[in-house]
Design a protein around this ligand. Sequence first.
Ligand code: G3H
Ligand code: ZN
Length: 284
Amino acid sequence: PLVSMTDMLKKANAEGYAVGQFNLNNLEFTQAILQAAEEEKSPVILGVSEGAGRYMGGFKTVVKMVEGLLEDYKVTVPVAIHLDHGSSYDKCKEAIDAGFTSVMIDASHDPFEVNIETTTKVVEYAHAKGVSVEAELGTVGGQEDDVIADGVIYADAKECEELVKRTGIDCLAPALGSVHGPYKGEPNLGFTEMEEIRGLTGVPLVLHGGTGIPTKDIQKSISLGTAKINVNTENQIASAKRVREVLAADENVYDPRKYLGPAREAIKETVAGKMREFGSSSKA
Ligand code: G3H
Ligand code: ZN
């Protein structure tokens, strides 16, 4: 069933695992992620960036596609449809009105007081409809769709405390050295800050840029209060690799089902592996 992230993430914190947010890019991604979740008996968060939402037709198309698959696949595990890196109050409202059960308002690039103001407005609208809210502080490196950073700025612990207390958000993404897209070398995550922020805020923490983070860092993050880990690039790489293999092996393939079907399998395997790594398998 469709739910917000609130109970999902509280349970994850209490039981020491993280729920994966896997980003949707098209129908096959959505199918693969839902199939993996159902087979693994894992809760799951479907992440939709504004760019991917546009690509698929719009937020309404995304919600109806997900609802259709939940019925056709007889999905029993908890599923959240979450706006990833929402850029404004209006975009968050549009997603909520279309049926999203969760939104992220990413006003991390704005001055602190503006971030608080925008996030507060989103929380008021969202909570009245039972929708959960994630906010961000600091800067996640790299690039994802419209979200481009030229550097990494670590979140400030005191600001995190104040943002959570003044806005009432359900979970917080403090940028602590993670990067969207592949890492150049090993990530250098700020675990000391993570522990401090968790202690000061008490809310479930979110780790963006989940692609390429070693298992030991994943485990450490979970032990320090991380309850949600976002993964997109790794699924995209797995899917593109499989399409290349299929097309390279046989020049006569033209039916999209013949290459997108195998790509869907590759995504499903990758997602299932992440669910086991994050410890969310059998937790639905
Ligand atoms: O918001 C989505 C994520 O932070 C995805 O990051 O593409 O590096 O896995 P990634
Ligand atoms: Zn992100």
